[in-house]
Design a protein around this ligand. Structure first.
Ligand code: ZN
Ligand code: FE
Length: 260
């Protein structure tokens, strides 16, 4: 018999200045994972509000705003910490390491590990295919992408292509609430994009209502996010780079954003 779809109960809430905290709960087994550990207080509060106990932490990358609360959460709950193999040495208290293609279980829920180097060299995403959800850390944002700190532009572009290949219905849970500033930048390089205009209107409504702009869906990001459109001829032309490689166009977009 096919497994039922859409079983995970996912909660998101703000942490630190602009990070997202995430809980992924399996109602069948009561297992609950935090994806990254930015700040203990809001994570504990979200767990207690839901009546859940933390069993797992799934870490996307080693930066402190994603790992700083691991020791406090581990001490409180004795949870299992799963970390990317490529940077587990920089992540406190890792119990298990994962690589591209591995399967991670949270109770009966399953996530596929997708290695997405660039922002950091070992960064991974966790894709819960049955729940149309992917947790991407700081690789992909709504209408944006992470800064390329440790890797190269070709490496980051290749990582974004791996994420772009996920189904259009996939909900993207990213590490930060950066959407509005990403939109302001995106409209400077892709001003005639109707999908981007629609996303700008939606995000403005969400923020006015005090809501998060996350998650978005991969289908709309593919049409509206310039960092996923570096191989679109019209975007290359708008940048004065007609005929140049997607990698070159991606690097130009990222460098313009760095100076924006
Ligand atoms: Zn980061
Ligand atoms: Fe971050």
């Amino acid at each position: 018999m096919a497994r039922p779809r859409m079983t995970a109960d996912i909660r998101l809430f703000p942490c630190l200045s602009d990070n997202f905290g995430y809980l992924v709960h399996d109602p069948a087994t009561e297992a609950t994972a935090a994806v990254d550990a930015p700040e203990a207080g809001p994570i504990v509060a979200a767990l207690e509000a839901a009546g859940w106990t933390l069993t797992d932490i799934l870490v996307t990358h080693h930066h402190h705003d994603h790992t700083g609360a691991i020791p406090a959460l581990k001490e409180r709950y004795g949870c299992r910490v799963t970390a990317p193999a490529g940077e587990a040495d920089k992540i406190p208290l890792a119990d298990a390491t994962v690589r591209d293609g591995d399967t991670v279980r949270v109770g009966a829920l399953e996530a596929r590990v997708i290695e997405t180097p660039g922002h950091t060299l070992g960064q991974v995403a966790y894709w819960f295919a049955d729940d149309d959800a992917v947790f991407v850390g700081d690789t992909l944002f709504s209408i944006g992408a992470g800064r390329v700190f440790e890797g190269t532009y070709p490496m980051m572009w290749a990582s974004l292509l791996k994420l772009r290949a996920l189904p259009d219905a996939t909900r993207i849970f990213c590490g930060h609430e950066y959407t509005e500033s990403n939109i302001r930048f995106a409209r400077t390089i892709d001003p005639d994009n109707a999908a981007l205009k629609a996303r700008a209107d939606e995000a403005a409504r969400q923020r006015a209502a005090g809501k998060a702009t996350v998650p978005s869906r991969m289908g709309e990001e593919k049409r509206a996010n310039p960092f996923l459109r570096a191989d679109a001829p019209e975007l290359a032309a708008a940048l004065g780079m007609a005929g140049q490689s997607a990698t070159a166009v991606f690097a130009e977009i990222r460098e313009r954003k760095n100076k924006f």
